[in-house]
Write a protein that binds this ligand. Structure first.
Ligand SMILES: Nc1ncnc2c1ncn2[C@@H]1O[C@H](COP(=O)(O)OP(=O)(O)OP(=O)(O)O)[C@@H](O)[C@H]1O
Ligand SMILES: CC(C)(CO)[C@@H](O)C(=O)NCCC(=O)O
Ligand SMILES: [K+]
Length: 288
């Protein structure tokens, strides 16, 4: 970034929704999620006169899904709270975009001050050309924050494992359908199976179920948890001093279950929803 205290926005375009962060220089001021935004709204953003207008346009209060204020002085302004101290810019702030949805990236190109992060800008070594930028950035962010070797588990639309060794070189990883996707496919692609809603089971379901919904819950949850445990154990055997971080929309649910089933591995997990933003910050600050 050009100035130390400059306001900039980070946007991660995921397959389910958008993930936003407002930075002042190196400091993450707040982070929130929204649904994908219509092209017509994006085209209006260049005309926003103040930061508050812009924030309101990209995340109207009823649309905002999660907000986390990381600044020490919470602001009273509307959602998401904009920083009160630095003066609002007269033109829209720089926007850093990382996207795994190319059609969505395309409609953001009308934004006046946009920079799209691509894989070649992440200093992670040994990447393959089609590696998702979200996986690369989350791994880079986690490794820079807590050190390498690092394994990142992303419990998002897809559940992914992505690892790098002590030389900051990609070891590799794995991709499987995330929790929501597993329930959705069973409900949609079969004649007799219902769509199971995830919010309805905060605690572990019985392993051996005597009804259809229970059987789906058991099958999806216990095999995902066993899979996560197996990947973690394989990772722990690979390197000394290795770390593990977990992010993604299903992280809290999965952590609660993991804690109940495998407390000894759960304590090793670094839980951090903002890994991709730490990765983006590394790239922005590296340019100075
Ligand atoms: N309000 C919500 N809206 C959508 N998904 C949610 C919400 N709260 C929790 N989730 C869970 O989050 C998961 C999606 O995770 P996330 O939002 O991290 O995915 P994503 O948008 O694909 O992002 P990424 O590409 O970074 O994984 C879904 O499986 C869903 O169960
Ligand atoms: C796996 C997802 C969908 C996770 O968001 C994304 O990282 C992606 O589209 N990756 C491309 C394929 C790969 O990472 O090998
Ligand atoms: K596809």
């Amino acid at each position: 970034m050009r100035e130390m205290g400059e306001i900039w926005l980070a946007l991660e375009i995921g397959n389910s929704r958008l993930h936003w962060a407002l930075f002042i220089g190196e400091t993450l001021y707040s982070a929130w999620d929204t649904d994908h935004i219509a092209e017509s709204v994006i085209q209006q953003l260049a005309k926003c006169q103040t930061l508050d207008h812009l924030l309101l346009a990209i995340s109207p209060p009823h649309q905002k899904i999660r907000e986390e204020n990381t600044s020490s002085s919470p602001s009273s302004s509307s959602s998401p709270s904009s920083p009160s101290s630095p003066s609002s810019p007269s033109s829209p702030p720089p926007l850093l975009v990382a996207s795994v949805v190319p059609s969505q990236t395309a409609i953001w190109q009308t934004y006046p001050n946009i920079r799209v992060i691509t894989l070649d800008q992440v200093s992670l070594k040994g990447v393959y050309p089609t590696l998702g930028i979200d996986r690369a950035l989350a791994l880079w962010g986690a490794g820079k924050m807590w050190g390498f070797p690092m394994l990142v588990i992303d419990a998002g639309t897809a559940l992914t494992f992505t690892a790098a060794d002590a030389n900051q070189c990609l070891v590799g990883g794995a991709i499987l359908p995330g929790l929501g996707l597993q329930f959705a496919t069973l409900g949609q692609q079969t004649e007799q199976l219902p769509l199971v809603e995830m919010q309805n089971f905060p605690s572990l379901p019985p392993r051996f179920a005597l009804n259809t919904t229970g059987a789906i819950q058991s099958g999806v949850i216990y095999t995902i948890l066993a899979g996560i445990k197996d990947f973690i154990e394989a990772w722990l055997q690979l390197f000394p001093n290795r770390k593990i971080a977990i992010k993604g929309g299903d992280r809290t649910l999965l952590l609660n279950y993991l804690q109940a089933l495998y407390p000894e591995i759960t304590v090793r997990l670094i839980v951090e929803p903002n890994l991709i933003f730490w990765g983006m910050r590394e790239i922005v600050m590296g340019d100075e």
